[in-house]
Design a protein around this ligand. Structure first.
Ligand code: 0WE
Length: 266
């Protein structure tokens, strides 16, 4: 019997089979969870549908997280199909592409700032508010994804770093509000992974190789690594954990200095 047998999870943020949300979905399914999915844009429907079906899911719904009516429609559909929910996985972020290159001061506009914070942080508040009534009395778990740029400056990550800082504070405030109702709220801060979201970012490959040289595990993390930690945080094995940011980054964030492997040492 899996760690999540009998649990029902909504996965928000699958775009392709390389998405972190997809790694999480696979791990939750492997532990026995029943899944529902959303897709963020009509053009992603045909990509998400076969992935969802391959894990036995029949609930596949459109969701633009900036539209309140779509959020309401998703949770109404879950209410009608399941009547309850145990797990919400939020794996959504967006900043305009031109905000994610060049210098922070030059690249950050009022509009880009507002959109990044709306999609990447406020959406967690909105989705959790809508999910909470379905989790009543069920030891619910909410999980989101962050990145080191929330707490350290990272070249070009720019306004996304501010949005992730807001998201991490969101986790703590939601945890405080919903803890008395038995709902836990946590984040995984993942190391960089080559997903569709990362594909267009200049210098991303260099970042991956730098992290792999520096991190204690001397490799990049995979969506499978993140999925396994996600299954833990969403399960009763983590019954005492809430408001937490769990780093799944091969230890990269813990290092103060590191020398890359060299042939003869020194
Ligand atoms: O959070 C992210 C990326 C999220 C993201 C990606 C895109 C690309 C396409 C948000 N918005 C957009 N907008 C687009 O138009 N990561 C943790 C991955 C990431 O992105 C970076 C990174 C890392 C790491 C951007 C610059 C520098 C480092």
């Amino acid at each position: 019997m899996g760690m999540l047998t009998g649990k029902r999870a909504l996965i928000v943020g699958v775009a392709t089979d390389r998405s972190i949300a997809w790694g999480i979905a696979q791990a939750l399914h492997a532990q026995g969870a029943e899944l529902a999915f959303t897709y963020g844009a009509e053009r992603l429907k045909d990509r998400v549908t076969p992935l969802a079906q391959s894990l036995g899911s029949t609930i596949i719904l459109p969701l633009d997280v900036t539209v309140d009516a779509q959020i309401d429609a998703v949770f109404q559909a879950l209410q009608a199909n399941w009547g309850q929910l145990d797990i919400l996985v939020h794996a959504v972020a967006y900043a305009p592409a031109d905000a994610l290159s060049g210098e922070f001061v030059a690249a950050t506009t009022r509009e880009g700032f507002a959109l990044a914070h709306d999609v990447s942080s406020y959406s967690l508040t909105a989705l959790t508010r809508a999910a909470a009534p379905l989790m009543a009395g069920r030891a619910g778990a909410v999980l989101t994804l962050s990145y080191l740029g929330a707490v350290r400056s990272v070249p070009s990550y720019n306004v996304m770093g501010l949005a992730k800082a807001s998201l991490e504070a969101n986790v703590r405030f939601l945890a405080a509000d919903l803890g008395p109702k038995g709902i836990r709220v946590n984040a995984i801060s993942a190391g960089p992974i080559k997903t569709l979201a990362a594909a267009g970012i200049p210098g991303f490959r260099k970042m991956l190789s730098r992290v792999a040289q520096t991190a204690p595990l001397r490799r990049n993390v995979t969506t499978e690594d993140v999925g396994k930690a996600a299954a833990f945080l969403c399960s009763d094995m983590a019954s005492g954990v809430t408001g937490e940011i769990l780093y799944v980054d091969g230890g990269y964030s813990t290092v103060g200095m590191s020398f890359p492997e060299t042939a003869g040492g020194e």
